[in-house]
Write a protein that binds this ligand. Structure first.
Ligand code: NAP
Length: 310
């Protein structure tokens, strides 16, 4: 019987692991398929306090993991939760065919990349369509070629700026005429000579499925409906995220987009189940706010366990 199981090892999960480990709760931490979470796919994180020169996202997560393990967290790498039963106590979790029982659960499953939803997008994924410039941008097929980035947030601006290292030009396709990105990231992208914004437009199709590689996109002007063809060698989709909460659907209170709704700090609708990070936060979604919420969830779980033992 576990005292605390933490699902997820992004900033929220690993901070919860550090705090519960330091409380001698010996947490069992399940990484899922992406140890370290989405931050491991970013380049330099410039806004995490304590790193005036910035810190590599992968290194930051590795250090958090080492810190958690130093205090006794047991991190099970690449173990995926298949199902959970929160209807009875102890809570039951099926992990890679093994049953784990726990008194408390901290859900820190994060969020995944949102897809445009095109059939061609799906068929050309990893064949020129990607969701991570820092992971895939250096591929030879993108060198000195025109590339398309879709989105208007910080991610899109960051990806577009990063891709200027490799591309002949980067088209930033946004569905409105104003970027959502922070002023500093927007300015960095829009003043770059290789980045060309295409406003009020969406990607209506990606070519060429027959050739099994990206050769261009069909753009649709959202105001006029006019469609144009834009040749490119790659499409980088950066249109936000969807919470990884499907295994908890119907068990916990969520909003319409699937974000788990926290109450009284990090409590969920089931006592003993706590939530932290991007799977519940659709407003701030920062590494530091996820870490802060992970800390809160650990303290809430510790206090809940203390209450059980009184
Ligand atoms: P985001 O802020 O939610 O922006 C998503 C963008 O995609 C928006 O411009 C949105 O358009 C557009 N979009 C959404 N659905 C679309 C669709 N179906 N078709 C076309 N466009 C669509 O997401 P994000 O850029 O990934 O950023 C998430 C959070 O991470 C933010 O808080 C951001 O500040 C943070 N972040 C920080 C850094 C950094 O500081 N280094 C880097 C990356 C991200 P609308 O604007 O019209 O809604």
């Amino acid at each position: 019987m576990e005292k605390v199981v933490i699902i997820g090892t992004g900033c929220a999960g690993l901070t919860a692991a550090i705090y519960t480990a330091r409380s001698n709760l010996s947490p069992l931490v399940l990484t899922g398929t992406m140890p370290g979470g989405l931050l491991t796919t970013t380049s330099i994180v410039e806004n995490f306090p304590g790193f005036p020169e910035g810190v590599d996202g992968y290194e930051l997560m590795l250090r958090m993991q080492q810190q958690a393990e130093k205090f006794g967290a047991r991190i099970k790498v690449l173990q995926t939760v298949e199902s959970v039963d929160l209807s009875q106590r102890p809570f039951k979790i099926m992990v890679d065919g093994e049953l784990v029982e726990t008194q408390t659960l901290i859900i820190a499953t994060g969020a995944g990349h949102r897809h445009i939803g095109l059939k061609s997008e799906h068929l050309l994924e990893k064949k020129g369509v990607t969701y991570c410039a820092t992971c895939d941008g250096a591929w030879p097929m993108f060198r000195n070629q025109p590339l398309v980035v879709v989105g208007g947030g910080d991610s899109a601006c960051e990806e577009a700026t990063y891709l200027t290292r490799f591309a002949s030009e980067v088209y930033l396709v946004h569905r409105r005429d104003t970027l959502r990105a922070s002023k500093i990231m927007a300015a960095r992208a829009l003043t770059h000579p290789k980045i060309k914004p295409i406003w009020n437009s969406v990607v209506a199709d990606i070519h060429d499925v027959q050739k099994d590689k990206v050769t261009g996109v069909t753009l649709r002007d959202v105001n006029t409906g006019v469609e144009t063809l834009l040749p490119c060698a790659g499409v980088f989709v950066a249109i936000g995220h969807v919470p990884n909460t499907h295994i908890f659907k119907g068990m916990l209170a969520m909003n319409g987009d699937g974000y788990i709704l926290p109450q009284n700090g990090t409590e969920t609708s089931i006592p003993g189940v706590f939530v932290a990070g991007d799977c519940s936060d659709h407003v701030y979604r920062q590494a530091i706010t996820a870490a802060g919420m992970g800390c809160s969830a650990a303290i809430d779980a510790d206090r809940y366990l203390a209450g059980l033992n009184q």
